[in-house]
Design a protein around this ligand. Structure first.
Ligand SMILES: *[C@@H]1O[C@H](CO)[C@@H](O)[C@H](O)[C@H]1NC(C)=O
Ligand SMILES: *[C@@H]1O[C@H](CO)[C@@H](O)[C@H](O)[C@H]1NC(C)=O
Ligand SMILES: *[C@@H]1O[C@H](CO)[C@@H](O)[C@H](O)[C@H]1NC(C)=O
Ligand SMILES: *[C@@H]1O[C@H](CO)[C@@H](O)[C@H](O)[C@H]1NC(C)=O
Ligand SMILES: *[C@@H]1O[C@H](CO)[C@@H](O)[C@H](O)[C@H]1NC(C)=O
Length: 628
């Protein structure tokens, strides 16, 4: 994870570093603590200048400071990404170096587009192509890395790009992940205005671009001084296959329903698994997920000698952490990470809880929730609701904490020789308010809803990894040193995990469900990924999203929807069915049948403050902080 930033100026004088606002620079440095540098490009006889600012988090190969500059071509690259596949990168090589080398050897625009199309992994980038006086920038197909833009009337700062900004500055927007943008700076200097050329993503087998209505979508928020030209003759190749929207041939098992009414959840999963076809799919899914997780846990520097002097004995330093609720998504990730992370290395399970109001003061709202979020008794007889109502200090025993602990026990059973670090992260209202004001509001920005606030805060505290380690009976303060944070984002959007999917299915059938799922994956960049990347990156850590691996998405996109979910079957089984079957097949029992609980409810952050808001309302707690 790196922080990248570029300012374009058309004034007579080269830009001053002070144009880069101190609060933005501060946020960029937090993303890239290993190295920070600035570089100004001026061109003789042409009235444009670029200021590049690069902040690197060192993860692979040798430390490669940014911005990178090529002395022969004068090209400049800022790269915030990971090449997991598609272009060969050896373990000891730095991918920034390799991408830059490839970019510099491109002889025309098609070469650049096909290079970017071939990368497998998350990225955002800014590339200055000196010979053509062009600035290229953009985000990967899903938008897994953040990039914001801002256009100004002032000539000394006509265009600005950055990974993260600050809320005091009210004109930033997320760069749409609709393709790659190119700005001809020579032309820009001549006309004193910005023209954006957009190269869109296109599926290999299809005529039309992968996304419709892009022109409207991209231009809506552009100021009038900026024009957009979509280049129809050239495009990028989407790294995944399109969504299979088949709806006929619904197999027998859909009829199974009345039959399973009185059957235990785990037994229902076993009934599905008894079918050869289903079992085969489940194993294909496990294999493709396992590959995705392997790439994400092995692409980093592991110093073989790096031992942690520790009360627990000489164990290796933890490199991998997982945002861990104990729900089926995070359990599957943990169980598969266990296959690939060296066994002597601990894995950190980050479990966040927000203080719930004292018992008694929560009487009416508790009643309101009951039924909706009630958890079924698990086969082991662990009943979450009983624990909730009863023993121990109640204040941080939120649903995700309880399922998290239960999940930990399952993981210990799967691999007793692994040290699983269950990190209890308790957040008080004071902490929440302070950190929101100091950091989180700037990271969530330019998103601004109540939901963005809840999830942004929950993910920030969870990924910081500062809490209490409760491994061996004793409890001690702990700060997770892992630079890689795996998250389960993308599972619900692809496998129909949200309750709205059930509503959609009941109203509009499989066709409606297909439309909904396609739409949701299309907007995941603007709804979630930019925000989560900014929030997690703030700790000098890198978010990695195994469910959004290109192979995983292609596999899931290729399946008809009824293989992924069966929303005619009850909650806790039907949604994300394929994922639950995979978890059951891996020996995860109770967690494989837990119903979906959104993070803002599971961690109880949504209950901590104003309870009468809608998730889509603008969040006043994020906004009022901008007064300087
Ligand atoms: C990047 O890594 C390569 C080795 O893979 C090394 O030769 C090069 O010097 C590194 N770049 C920088 C700037 O450190
Ligand atoms: C671009 O350059 C490559 C060589 O690098 C060449 O093979 C290709 O035909 C060129 N494409 C166009 C559209 O000019
Ligand atoms: C589209 O892009 C190609 C190559 O990048 C360029 O030659 C062509 O002029 C562009 N077309 C338009 C309409 O801008
Ligand atoms: C519990 O709910 C009742 C009715 O809504 C209310 O009058 C009472 O003040 C509540 N108790 C607490 C401790 O909030
Ligand atoms: C966090 O909350 C749990 C459960 O309420 C409690 O056992 C633990 O001691 C708390 N830790 C801290 C640091 O407050």
């Amino acid at each position: 994870m790196c922080g990248i930033c570029c300012l374009v100026s058309l004034s007579q004088h080269p830009p001053n570093i002070s144009l880069l606002k101190e609060d933005i620079l501060y946020n960029l440095r937090r993303r890239g603590p290993s190295s920070s540098q600035e570089l100004v490009k001026t061109v003789p006889h042409l009235p444009y200048h670029c200021l590049f600012s690069g902040h690197v988090l060192h993860l692979r190969g040798q430390m490669t400071p940014q911005p990178m500059e090529d002395p022969t071509s004068d090209n400049v690259l800022l790269w915030n990404g990971e090449v997991f596949d598609g272009i060969p990168v050896e373990a000891e090589e730095n991918d920034t170096d390799i991408i830059f080398h490839h970019l510099c050897s491109c002889s025309n625009d098609s070469d650049i587009l096909s290079l970017l199309s071939s990368i497998r992994g998350p990225w955002s980038f800014i590339f200055y192509q000196a010979c053509k006086h062009c600035l290229w920038f953009g985000r990967d197909f899903f938008g897994r890395r953040s990039l914001l833009w801002q256009f100004n009337e002032e000539l000394d700062n006509i265009l600005a790009l950055t990974s993260v900004s600050a809320i005091s500055d009210h004109q930033w927007r997320e760069v749409p992940a609709s393709g790659i943008f190119k700005v001809d700076l020579q032309d820009c200097a001549a006309t004193k205005a910005v023209t954006l050329s957009l190269y869109q993503w296109r599926y290999p087998s299809r005529e039309n671009p992968s996304e419709e209505g892009v022109s409207e979508k991209v231009s809506t928020h552009l100021p009038t001084c900026v024009s957009l030209v979509i280049n129809e003759s050239n495009s990028l190749t989407a790294p995944v296959v399109p969504l299979n929207k088949e709806v006929c041939n619904i197999p027998e098992e859909f009829q199974l329903l009345h039959f399973i009414k009185n059957v235990d959840d785990m037994e229902v999963l076993q009934m599905f698994l008894a079918e050869q076809h289903k079992k085969k799919l489940v194993h294909q899914f496990i294999d493709v997920m396992s590959g995705a997780i392997k790439r994400r846990v092995l692409c980093l520097v592991r110093d073989a000698d790096q031992l942690q002097g520790d009360v627990l004995g000489d164990v290796r330093k933890t490199e991998i952490a997982i945002l861990f609720s104990g729900g089926v998504d995070s359990m599957l990730i943990a169980a598969l990470a266990d296959r690939h992370v060296p066994v002597e290395e601990p894995i950190d399970l980050l479990n966040v809880a927000f203080m719930v109001p004292e018992q008694g003061s929560q009487n009416s709202s508790t009643k309101h929730r009951k039924g909706k979020n009630q958890l079924p008794p698990s086969p082991e007889g662990l009943n979450v609701n009983n624990i909730m109502a009863g023993n121990s200090v109640p204040s941080f025993n939120v649903p995700d904490r309880i399922t998290g602990r239960a999940g930990l026990e399952e993981l210990k059973n799967i691999n007793p020789s692994r040290l699983w670090n269950f990190v209890e992260i308790n957040v008080t209202l004071e902490d929440l308010k302070a950190m929101r004001q100091q950091h989180i509001c700037h990271l969530v920005y330019p998103l601004d809803t109540v939901l963005d606030d809840s999830i942004g805060c929950a993910v920030w505290f969870a990924s910081r990894g500062k809490g209490l380690l409760t491994n061996q009976g004793d409890k001690r303060p702990y700060q997770s040193p892992a630079k890689i944070v795996l998250t389960g984002i993308g599972a619900d959007e692809q496998l129909a995990g949200y309750s709205r999917h059930r509503v959609c299915f009941e109203k509009h059938g499989l066709e409606g469900l297909n439309e909904e799922l396609g739409m949701e994956l299309g907007r995941i960049s603007s709804r979630n990924l930019g925000r989560d990347d900014r929030v997690i990156g703030d700790h000098g850590k890198e978010a990695r999203f195994p469910f959004l691996d290109e192979d995983v998405v292609s596999f899931l996109n290729s399946l008809p929807v009824w293989e992924k979910a069966n929303l005619a079957v009850r909650r806790g089984i039907g949604e994300k069915l394929l994922l639950r079957l995979a978890a059951a097949e891996l020996g995860l029992t109770a967690s494989s049948v837990l119903p979906k609980r959104a993070m803002q409810f599971g961690s109880r952050i949504a209950k901590m403050e104003n309870r009468n808001e809608k998730a889509s309302d603008k969040c006043t707690r994020l906004q009022t902080l901008s007064i300087e």
